[in-house]
Design a protein around this ligand. Structure first.
Ligand SMILES: *Cc1c(COP(=O)(O)O)cnc(C)c1O
Length: 401
């Protein structure tokens, strides 16, 4: 049943993501000393580029770690055992982040949410207003919940904190949003923004970071959790004012090229492309959903993610079987359902180095795999995506060719 592996593997996981050829070539660089002047120049240009992407002029601490490392660093540097933390539930990643907080001895309270819609912000406002003693030290939120394809409006959260005069720090996990969707650290008043290398930045896994506000740095001075490898104060003593231990030098050669690609396309054009591709996927899924077929997991059209779509299978049909067929027969890798969504959901990542025909290829493989597995659906989802991509007044497209 397995086809010979000719042509490209179509990778549609929502992270890690495809690495552009020029980034791969840039990474294939001889090692240089990370204290060498040549490296420091490269390093500084990368950090400046990263700050432009995040819309921040504040400090960024980087780590040789995946995104979880940046979560951990953020708690370790900004919290004290017993601190009350408010976690906005969104899905698998908010649950996991809350679990980590509890392991660190934090009192994590959760604003419960329907994973298909995300938290009710009216309820969030009530919780903040009810905290008259202002005991929540931080509000944690996953901007773009990669397990559900639901994106929450962070600027609204900032507004609610301001309206209630709540001093809690705002921690945002922007791992699968920044660089693909609008996410502006300073304009949105985010105090700790967590990101990683292997999603919108189109790099291999292995580097993550926290961008930190001045307000949060003041809290850091007195934060009581133990820390060593991730200690920001220790990092500030180093030449790079970041990292403990060895820097992932090769990733910086890649980062410089990735930033060049993003800025050559233009950040707003990158966001428009992600919207275009995401909308194409959504139109295909909405079409399939006729005939009691698979449907969009996210039920709030105002909160759909432009970087990943989670697709809910009709009851009694296994998402893993569809994924298996897409991979074995058509060499198309899709994301699985995470945690309680395993088998019920599969995901199409549409962030990073992708274009319309690649997305159509993935959608074609999905539609074939639905048919092969006897999953009810309304055929023609790929046509719906094609009709959208071919429309002349596309966001980000200036002239029809
Ligand atoms: C990928 C991801 C993470 C976890 O990052 P790792 O790099 O796998 O440790 C955390 N949060 C979100 C929203 C993610 O998409």
């Amino acid at each position: 049943m397995k086809q010979p592996p000719r042509g490209r593997n179509f990778f549609f996981g929502p992270g890690p993501t495809n690495i552009p050829d020029s980034v791969l070539a840039a990474i294939a660089h001889a090692t240089i000393d990370f204290n060498d002047a040549d490296f420091l120049a490269l390093y500084e240009s990368c950090v400046a580029g990263l700050k432009r992407l995040l819309g921040t002029e504040q400090h960024v601490f980087l780590y040789t770690a995946s995104g979880h490392g940046a979560w951990e660093a953020t708690f370790a540097n900004l919290c004290t055992p017993g601190d009350r933390i408010l976690m906005v539930e969104s899905g698998y990643f908010s649950d996991d982040w809350a679990k980590m907080g509890r392991k660190f001895g934090l009192t994590v309270e959760t604003l419960a949410a329907d994973w298909r819609r995300g938290a009710e912000f009216g309820e969030l406002s009530r919780m903040l207003a009810a905290d008259t003693g202002k005991t929540f030290r931080a509000l944690c939120i996953v901007h773009n919940e990669t397990s559900t394809g639901v994106c929450l409006p962070l600027e609204e959260v900032r507004r609610l904190l301001d309206e209630t005069g709540h001093p809690a720090l705002l921690f945002a996990d922007a791992i699968s949003s920044f660089g693909s969707m609008e996410c502006w650290m300073d304009a949105w008043g985010i105090d700790a923004l967590v990101g990683g290398s292997q999603k919108g930045l189109m790099l291999p896994t292995g580097m993550s970071f926290t961008a930190v506000s001045e307000k949060a740095m003041a809290v850091h001075e007195n934060a009581g959790l133990p820390r060593y490898y991730f200690d920001w104060t220790e990092m500030l003593r180093r030449r790079q004012k970041s990292f403990c231990g060895t820097l992932p030098v090769a990733l910086f050669f890649g980062l410089k090229e990735a930033l060049r690609l993003i800025e050559e396309e233009g950040l707003m054009a990158v966001f428009a492309r992600h919207h275009r591709l995401g909308e194409g996927v959504r139109r295909a899924v909405r079409h399939w959903s006729g005939n009691e077929g698979p449907e969009l997991f996210c039920t709030d059209p105002a909160r759909v993610s432009d970087s990943v779509t989670a697709i809910r299978m009709p009851d009694g049909h296994d998402a893993e079987a569809v994924r298996e067929t897409a991979l074995r027969r058509f060499n198309v890798a899709l994301g699985s359902g995470l945690g309680p969504l395993r088998g019920k959901v599969f995901r199409i990542g549409h962030l990073g180095d992708l274009n319309e025909p690649m997305v159509l290829g993935a959608l074609g493989a999905v539609e074939m795999s639905l048919g092969i597995n006897g999953v009810p659906h309304s055929p023609g989802g790929v046509d719906a995506a094609m009709a959208w991509f071919a429309e002349e007044r596309q966001p980000g497209i200036t002239a029809a060719h």
